[in-house]
Design a protein around this ligand. Structure first.
Ligand SMILES: Nc1ncnc2c1ncn2[C@@H]1O[C@H](COP(=O)(O)OP(=O)(O)OP(=O)(O)O)[C@@H](O)[C@H]1O
Length: 118
C-alpha cells in the first residue's frame, strides 16, 4: 500500500520536473527577489500573507500548466486546434495569476519604495 510519505516523494519528483522548465525557474527567481524585498522592507505579517499567497498561486499554476502541456503532448503530437486550446487555456491561467500578483506586489511595496525615494 502506498504510504503518505511515498506520495510526498512523488510530488517532490513533480516539483523537480517543474524545475526543469524555463518559465518555472524564471518565476522562482522573481519570487526569491520579492522575498528579499519583503525582508529588506520588513513588511507586515498581513503583507507577507499576500506576498506568499501570490507566490504559491503563480508557482502552483505554472506546475499545473506544465502538467497539462505534458498531457497534451502525450495524447497527441499532431497539430490539433483543441490541443492548442488546452495549452493556451492553461497558460492563460498563469498570466491572470501573474498579472494580479504584479498588481498586488505594487500595492504592497509601493509605499515602502516611496518612503525610500522621498
Ligand atoms: N499539438 C498542438 N496543436 C495545436 N497547437 C499547439 C499544439 N502544441 C502547441 N500548440 C500551440 O503552441 C503553443 C506553444 O506550445 P508549447 O508546447 O511549445 O508550449 P509553450 O507555451 O512553449 O511551453 P513552455 O514555454 O512552458 O515550455 C501553445 O500554447 C499552442 O498555442
Amino acid at each position: 500500500m502506498k504510504t503518505f510519505l511515498q506520495s510526498v516523494r512523488y510530488a517532490l519528483q513533480g516539483l523537480q520536473a517543474a524545475f526543469g522548465g524555463r518559465n518555472f525557474r524564471i518565476q522562482l527567481g522573481m519570487a526569491l527577489l520579492v522575498l528579499a524585498a519583503g525582508s529588506y522592507f520588513s513588511i507586515t505579517r498581513l503583507e507577507w500573507c499576500v506576498v506568499l499567497f501570490n507566490i504559491a498561486l503563480v508557482l502552483s499554476l505554472e506546475v499545473v500548466n506544465s502538467s497539462l502541456e505534458n498531457l497534451v503532448d502525450l495524447v497527441t503530437r499532431e497539430r490539433h486546434p483543441l490541443a492548442g486550446k488546452v495549452k493556451d487555456l492553461a497558460a492563460g491561467a498563469v498570466v491572470v495569476a501573474s498579472g494580479m500578483a504584479i498588481v498586488m506586489g505594487v500595492i504592497v511595496f509601493w509605499p515602502y519604495v516611496e518612503a525610500v525615494v522621498n
